[in-house]
Every structure is written in C-alpha cells, then in structure tokens.
Write a new protein. Structure first.
Length: 158
C-alpha cells in the first residue's frame, strides 16, 4: 500500500513550492524556478493543460508532481513530433528527510493512477537530465523503460 497521497495543489502551496524549487538538492535539476511558478500561477489560463499536485505522507507535504498532455506542451524533445495520447510527468521530493526512501517511486505510481483515470493516455514519457541518476533510477523502479535513441523513459499504459 502506498504511503503517498496526492492532492491538487492550491494557491496556499505556492510558498512551499517556491522553497523547494530553490533547495540545493533540487535547484540543479529544475532550472528557471520562476518559469515553474509562472506555470502554476497561470494554471487557470495559459497553462490550464498542466495538472499540479502536492505529495503528502501522513498529512505532511513532502513533494510536488504534475502531468500534462505532451502534444499541448510545445516541447520537442521526443523526436520533434506531437505524440497522440502521450503524457509527460515531473516530480520532486522537496523535503530532504524523505529522500532515498522510495517516495519518488510511489509519487510516480500514484500520478500514473490519476492519469489513467482522467485521460486517454496510452503512454507516459519522461526526460530527466542525463546526470540525474536518482531520477533515472526512480523511473526504473517504477517500471519505466529507457529509449536510448531519444534519451527518454517511457511506460505504456495500455
């Protein structure tokens, strides 16, 4: 049974999220924190296709995750094509004391369940930085496959 509960991120979470974005263990991977904050602040308008969540353990907020329809993102890291029924995710553990305890894997799996329930997703793709071995290992723990050609991780949902 998962120890993680995901809840929709609310305005009051912005200060916690901002704090996490600037923590050293995290800042090296999430470049341009202002962009992440802007996406959340404009979640009801320009970025309404991104779905933000706070990960909690026993009522304590420990991290963040989000999912989005890849074809709406304007991103081109997956072979420069728009991929139908493909979603992407981002995730982080913001509280240091929860690092290295498999919470990242649980966040990914909980987010997958939300994606499967609320979308037409056929696959999820993720492209962590090549040197972010913790994230890459977390994806492997969550049963993602690695595509060496595109340097992405993916999981088929159907």
């Amino acid at each position: 049974m998962s120890r993680i509960k995901l809840r929709t991120m609310v305005v009051e979470d912005i200060y916690l999220f901002k704090d996490w974005l600037y923590k050293p263990h995290f800042a090296k991977w999430y470049i341009h924190p202002a962009n992440w904050l802007d996406e959340f602040n404009n979640r009801n308008n320009e970025f309404n296709w991104i779905h933000h969540f706070i990960a909690e353990v026993d009522g304590v907020a420990i991290g963040f995750c989000q999912y989005y329809d890849y074809s709406l993102s304007g991103e081109t890291w997956y072979n420069n094509v728009k991929v139908k029924d493909t979603y992407s995710i981002d995730y982080m553990i913001g509280e240091e004391e929860y690092l290295g305890k498999r919470y990242g894997t649980e966040i990914i799996l909980a987010l997958e369940e939300i994606i499967k329930a609320k979308t037409d997703a056929k696959q999820i793709i993720v492209q962590p930085e090549p040197s972010n071995m913790a994230s890459r290992n977390t994806l492997l723990s969550a049963k993602y496959m690695f595509d060496e050609v595109h340097d992405i991780f993916f999981k088929k949902l159907v």
